[in-house]
Structures are given as C-alpha cells and as structure tokens.
Design a binder for this molecule. Structure first.
Ligand code: ATP
Length: 263
C-alpha cells in the first residue's frame, strides 16, 4: 500500500484540526484531495511527510510506519511540490541547476553532480518540454514555468509518491491547461509515481486522477472513484451550495445554480 492512514486525529490548542481520518491509497491509483480553505489539506500533507505527528492513529507511507522508520530516508521517496518550496529556492539559480538539485534533495546545488545526473536532468527537461528554460535563472521564469521546473526537480529524485499541492494557484487559464497537460504526460509514463493532487478546484481534476478524497472541516466527507464522486448532488451537499457538474472531455466543470444565495 502506498498510503495507509488509520483513525488519525490531530489536535491543536484544544481544536480538532483533523478528526478520525482513514485513507488508503493503493499502487496504480492517483488521487485528488479536494477541500475548501481551512479544511485540513495542508495538515494532512504535513502528517504524510512526517512533519507533524498524529495525536491519535497511525500513518504508514510506502510501507513505513511513522515512529518506526528513518523519516529522512522516507522523505527522499516523496516528492512535494508546494508554494512554500517556491519561496525557498534561490532566484539566481538556473532552472537546469534547480532541477539537478532535486537529485540531492537540497535547496541549491552544493555537491558536484555526476555526469550521469546531468544527463538525466537534461533528458527529463527535454521530456517535459523545458529544455529552453535550462539556462534561465529562476527569477526570470513565469509562475507556470516555475511550477514545471519544480515538478521536474521533484522527479529527479525518482520519488514513489508525488504530491502536487495546489500547483495551478495563480495561473491564468492557458498556463493552467499547459501545466495540467504536463502532469497528464507524467501520469502516462510507465513507472510514474503515485500522484496526490491537492486542489480547491474541481475543474483541475484530470482523468488520470482515478480516486478522490473530499475533506470537509477536518473530516473525510467521502472517498472513492472520482467518476462516482463528481456528481451534482454529491458536490452540492459537500459545498453546501446548489451546483451543477458537467462532465466534458474527461474533466468536470461546475456552475452554481443559485449564485445569488451565497452569503
Ligand atoms: N499549528 C497550528 N495551530 C493551530 N491551528 C492550526 C495549525 N495548523 C493549522 N491550523 C488550523 O487548522 C485548520 C486547517 O488548516 P490547513 O492549513 O490544513 O487547511 P487547508 O485545507 O490546507 O487550507 P488552504 O486551502 O487554505 O491552504 C485551519 O483552521 C488552520 O487555522
């Protein structure tokens, strides 16, 4: 099993941030994690990476139960692309060196890379269509280009689990679609890591994301096949707002049926 979270709760300042979360991710599945602001998505990701510990329950990732394994070793097998990573990177580094640094899980490149690593970074960037960015410094890249470079960096470590935490935030519609196309391309590769795609936006859910977890106020609202979850009835109940879901070209598009009722 890739992820096995059992009856996990996390409490802070007398507040239950996550309550009795159970979630299993099997090999061959790709998951979407959907929840509104403050529903507990980031907290759940922090638990998966061992940055925080459950108040109760157990977390097992890639067969390693937390508390009984070397977290530093485990984290090398988990790629995590998030906005907080964006902020940590050095703007003067070239995109090529940032991708290469993923091999060493470092911010900046301190070790002398092997020729083989350099070749791997070049071919990965070529596969993802990023070769023209290789010599550009990170601070000259657009937001969408940065996200692609960060995904390439995560892939350099050959992770078994790749967490994409709201990767389309701040992108215009075209940049968003370009980034989603790249993620879809990665998902189609044999041996692709298990994807966990975190979002507020149903429109971003790609057909490759076979399963969905809906998180609401710190609890699992439901889990299951994405195709079964993305219905007008279920999402209206989840968002407490009447909405219609249109299924088109393998994607889901939402419209509010009574926008004026939102307070
Ligand atoms: N260390 C902490 N101490 C107290 N409260 C916390 C802590 N970390 C998170 N919370 C609270 O837990 C709730 C869930 O936060 P979390 O960041 O996990 O939500 P989220 O779904 O990722 O939200 P967003 O989509 O806005 O990023 C929020 O109410 C937040 O204020």
């Amino acid at each position: 099993m890739i992820i096995d979270v059992k009856h996990v709760s996390w409490k802070r300042e007398k507040k239950m941030i996550l309550q009795n979360i159970s979630w299993q991710v099997n090999p061959g599945e790709h998951w979407c994690l959907v929840g509104l602001n403050g529903s507990g998505k980031t907290t759940l990701l922090n638990l998966l990476n061992g940055y925080i510990w459950p108040t109760t329950g157990t977390v097992t990732v890639l067969g390693h139960q937390f508390g009984e394994c070397d977290l530093r070793e485990l984290r090398k097998k988990i790629g995590w692309v998030s906005s907080s990573l964006q902020q940590k990177l050095y703007g003067h580094e070239t995109a090529g060196r940032i991708v290469l640094s993923g091999k060493f899980a470092s911010i900046g490149l301190y070790e002398q890379p092997e020729k083989q690593d350099e070749e791997e970074a070049i071919s990965l960037m070529a596969f993802l269509g990023l070769e023209e960015l290789s010599e550009r410094t990170y601070d000259t890249l657009s937001h969408g280009e940065r996200q692609k470079v960060l995904i390439a960096r995560a892939l350099m470590a050959s992770p078994r689990l790749l967490i994409l935490d709201e990767p389309c935030t701040g992108l215009d519609i075209l940049a968003r679609e370009q980034l989603l196309k790249l993620i879809d391309k990665i998902a189609r590769q044999p041996g692709c890591p298990t994807l966990i795609y975190v979002t507020h936006h149903v429109e971003e859910i790609l057909p490759c994301l076979s399963h969905t977890l809906l998180l609401k106020r710190g609890k699992v609202y439901t889990t299951g096949l994405t195709s079964k979850i993305m219905t007008s009835q279920l999402l209206s109940d989840f968002f407490d707002t009447s909405m219609e879901v249109l299924h088109q070209n393998g994607r889901f598009w939402i419209s509010l049926t009574e926008p004026s009722t939102i307070s």
